[in-house]
Ligand binder design. Sequence first.
Ligand SMILES: [Zn+2]
Length: 266
Amino acid sequence: MAQTQFVKIDSHAHLTSDELYPHVDQIIERAITQGVKKMVNIATCKETLERGIELAKKYPGIIYNTAATTPHDVETQGESFFPLVQKAAKEEKLVAIGETGLDYYYEHSRRDLQKIFLQRYFELARRSGLNVVIHSRGDDVFNELFRMADEQPVRPKCLLHCFTGKAHHARQAIERGWHISISGIVTFKKSEDLREVVKEIPLEHLQIETDSPYLAPQRKRGQMNEPSYLEEVAEEIARIKGVSLEQVCAETSKNSCSFFQICDNI
Ligand SMILES: [Zn+2]
């Protein structure tokens, strides 16, 4: 099969997770070969952040970091990790705050604590001049999320990562000028509803991601996901929207560049 070389950006990968980190150099190499020229590493704890900072040094202009405790883990790690995120933001080692947010679907941590940390991360993002990567699961989280965002003294700009919400949730995000990131879930056979929603989201609001090592796209299902598999997500979006793959790659890259402020050399 002919290899396309459209430049793409993976807006969400856990490159420094225990699963991917042992092979990270080959993983980055393979991604670049597949046109994935920049990857945003999502650090969720002390170790993944330290590794991420090293990785960004080793791959300048290619690897970038965000950090926050996920809503799942705020009960156990929220308090201890927060100062490290603060420090990294202050030292300009982050390109966004996140993934933070609300998860009422799994509810591994108490809802009130999830909200407390989301609020703290909104404040940190504002003070640091950074945008916010949001993890949101459960139909009832969106109202709370939009309400909390709207109550901030300066409205945050957010990226709804791995979006699986309904069309009206997408519309409310778009109204606020937010971005929506689509993962390999869109390629799954059962994702008819999500494909209908993606049809309605204007390209100017879309980003793409792998969420590696999770959620390998349909053709790679069962394997450990990695950024080099990103193109299948872009292909599916192009098919759904009836536009070219080139256009999806170009627009989503532009959006990631502006959202994470990593536009210098693309
Ligand atoms: Zn993630």
